[in-house]
Design a protein around this ligand. Structure first.
Ligand code: DSN
Length: 444
């Protein structure tokens, strides 16, 4: 049966777009490390009538009537999260990762206080104090970078922390391929009296699966999105650890207040329920196997690429992600070439970026989505070779030095690569692989 039957009847234009996107997802491989594929159960909870309700406030303390069932749902989801991540407090209402992070600032800092986070161009997130983010407009942001070898620079972080005495330090990233040194950062934060917040948006599923060390014993607060490796709907969570409550017994209450009423309005109850479904899936042995396979696949893909002389930041990975070095400013060119063969990736800055965030020199790759499609090491080798072949085919294409012509140049590249017969041959092979590994709807 057509899952979108009523949209089809009522709104052909939107229906056609949904089907076009469905086809795109089925006929290509998503290698963007922050993307994944949810189960049918998560989709159904997301698409449920729970979207009809207003529930401003928290369970048993709402500003609207009729929340008896919603209270039960939110209580249940909070308990599932607490149990899964082994934390005493959780807020499941953040609309996504960025508002979750902003709420942590509100709960731990006063406007104007000093905060520290990883530089965006070295893999940090906008909300960790980047200049274009509200977080650096309302707080004094000190940014730390990675070492030239692409690893966290603990000595420099300790030096900056001692010099600037931040109120809040962030650990976490959107593009970091090695294990986070949570314990060492916990010691630095303690020494200077700072709150330490771990943004585990990317690795939450790996933490749950035991495929990455948990930050919980070492940090005061943990934030995450729920739609990346955790494989839930788009949403966010904030957790306060026992260490966090020992530093400030009111921290949980402050996080709650920061989300509502400081930042958000009514929670998205359909999302809360879908997060609950995802957390139940994440508590199964099958999910532990899944999380570990994500990392095995990433290591296998990294090896396949390096065997073909593709340069990777830190020469490998500990998690779900790797960063390919593509030559100065060439990230977009490689992204377009990979698009042409049916592999969706994103251009990304690399540590010590020689170009700019708009025309970066790297490509970020990740294995969560293709692992959900049940691919294993054997398929990683194939994909690694497809990527290396495509990169080889466009190796002589360089970004023009003149900034004004770059946009038009990339548009031309897109047209040229779409017509390229060699790339089209690989596209066919990718299509065959997609057919062999269709998008699953039930995860067991
Ligand atoms: N968009 C997320 C990612 O791709 O990592 C960061 O917000």
């Amino acid at each position: 049966m057509d899952r979108y039957l009523n949209v089809k009847k009522q709104d052909k234009e939107i229906y056609q777009k949904i089907i076009a996107e469905k086809n795109r997802q089925e006929e290509g491989l998503e290698l963007i490390p922050s993307e994944n594929i949810v189960s049918q159960a998560v989709l159904e909870a997301m698409g449920s009538i729970l979207t009809n309700k207003y529930s401003e406030g928290y369970p048993h303390a709402r500003y609207y009537g009729g929340n008896e069932v919603i209270d039960e749902i939110e209580d249940m989801v909070r308990e599932r999260a607490k149990k899964l991540f082994k934390v005493p407090f959780v807020n499941v209402q953040p609309y996504s990762g960025s508002p979750a992070n902003l709420a942590v600032y509100l709960a731990t800092c006063n406007p104007g206080d000093t905060v520290m986070g990883l530089l965006l161009t070295d893999g940090g997130h906008l909300t960790h104090g980047w200049k274009a983010s509200a977080t650096s407009m309302f707080y004094k942001s000190v940014q730390y970078g990675l070492k030239p070898d692409g690893y966290m620079d603990l000595k420099e972080i300790a030096r900056l922390a001692r010099e600037h005495k931040p109120k809040l330090i962030w650990v976490g990233a959107t593009a970091y391929v090695r294990e986070f040194p949570f314990k060492e950062l916990g010691a630095i934060a303690d020494e200077v009296g700072a709150y330490l917040a771990a943004d585990i948006a990317h690795i939450a599923g790996l933490v749950v699966a035991g495929a990455h060390v948990s930050p919980v014993p070492y940090v005061h607060v943990v934030t995450t999105t729920t739609h990346k490796t955790l494989r839930g709907p788009r949403g966010g969570m904030i957790m306060v650890t026992t260490k966090g409550l020992a530093k400030d017994a009111e921290l949980g209450a402050k996080v709650d207040r920061a989300i509502f009423p400081n930042l958000q309005g009514g929670p998205h109850d359909h999302t809360t329920a879908a997060i609950g479904v995802a957390l139940k899936e994440a508590a199964t042995p099958a999910f532990r196997t899944y999380g570990k396979q994500i990392v095995k696949n990433a290591k296998a893909l990294a090896k396949a690429l390096m065997d073909r002389s593709v340069n990777l930041v830190t020469n490998g990975t500990d998690n779900h992600m790797m960063l390919m070095k593509c030559g100065t400013g060439r990230g977009a060119i490689v992204e377009i070439a990979l698009d042409a063969i049916g592999l969706t990736t994103n251009k990304n800055t690399i540590p010590n970026e020689p170009s700019s965030p708009f025309y970066p020199s790297g490509i970020r790759l990740g294995t969560p989505s293709i692992t959900t499609r049940r691919m294993k090491e054997k398929e990683m080798k194939l994909i690694g070779n497809y990527i290396a072949d495509a990169m080889e085919m466009v190796k002589d294409v360089d970004l023009p030095a003149e900034k004004g012509v770059r946009k038009a140049f990339l548009a031309e590249c897109r047209k040229d690569f779409a017509k390229n017969k060699e790339l089209a041959k690989i596209r066919k092979e990718v299509m065959a692989l997609c057919k062999k590994f269709p998008i699953p709807t039930v995860f067991k």
